[in-house]
Design a protein. Structure first.
Length: 251
């Protein structure tokens, strides 16, 4: 039995999310079906994060145990061949120690949220951005966002169905940058509440429009009440960027 660490990329558009569900196709389910065809094993893939329906992955880390024990590059190529035409690709594969766990060993997760900020809607980027026609001041958003960095009770940005034991999280980084017509929100933390990133983005656009200022955002955070913050940004603009592990620091 060998344990493999895989880095995967996926288009979340056709999926009900990462996790296997009865009501539609999932990223996890596609990988498990490909593994079954590859080696005849019914296996479980574990991921660094559980993405919602429509959320994409640029560098999601997963692990799986396979009794076949093939070379990592052979596992990568075989899975990629069997995953077609589903929009899931294995970018990299490594054999790792049995103690490695994609979710529980992870010490940091990063996401990027992309807003196409222009009058014309998206064509080539449809389904991969939040099209926002009203002008946004990215600098004002970035300045206000600093009040969210650090250890806080993020109840105001927590989905009602969130299963986390505590609303207290430590946000290590939150940056907003404009590149032409694209406004990108980059976030980094050990873990996040359900919809935390999308709820923060949905609130920050109010700052970008000039409807809110930093004090209003800080007051929403302090209220510890979901109704005090803004809307939930659409799933299609969110990308799981990468996951980091203790061994990555040593490399």
């Amino acid at each position: 039995m060998a344990r493999y660490r895989l880095t995967i990329e996926f288009d979340g558009t056709p999926f009900v999310g990462w996790q296997r569900q009865a009501n539609g196709m999932s990223v996890q389910g596609c990988l498990e079906q490909a593994a079954l065809r590859y080696c005849g094993e019914t296996v479980t893939f574990h991921a660094a994060g559980r993405t919602d329906a429509g959320v994409h992955g640029l560098g999601m880390v997963v692990h799986v145990d396979l009794a076949r024990g093939d070379r990592a590059d052979k596992v990568r190529d075989a899975l990629n061949a069997l995953l077609r035409p589903d929009p899931v690709v294995v970018l990299d594969a490594q054999v790792v120690d049995d103690n490695f766990h994609a979710r529980f060993s992870c010490i940091e997760r990063s996401y990027v949220y992309r807003i196409l900020n222009r009058r014309a809607p998206a064509a080539l980027l449809a389904g991969k951005v939040w099209w926002y026609a009203k002008p946004l001041n990215a600098e004002a958003m970035d300045e206000a966002a600093r009040c969210l960095v650090g250890k806080h009770d993020f109840s105001s940005f927590r989905a009602s169905e969130c299963q986390a034991q505590s609303p207290v999280k430590t946000l290590d980084e939150l940056r907003i940058r404009r590149q032409g017509e694209m406004v990108e929100v980059y976030v980094r933390a050990r873990s996040f509440l359900h919809h935390q990133v999308r709820n923060m983005v949905g609130t920050l656009v109010l700052v970008g429009e000039g409807k809110w200022d930093r004090d209003r955002l800080a007051a929403a955070l302090a209220a510890c009440n979901r109704s005090a913050a803004g809307q939930t940004a659409p799933a299609q603009g969110l990308f799981f960027l990468n996951a980091r592990y203790p061994e990555d620091q040593q490399a």
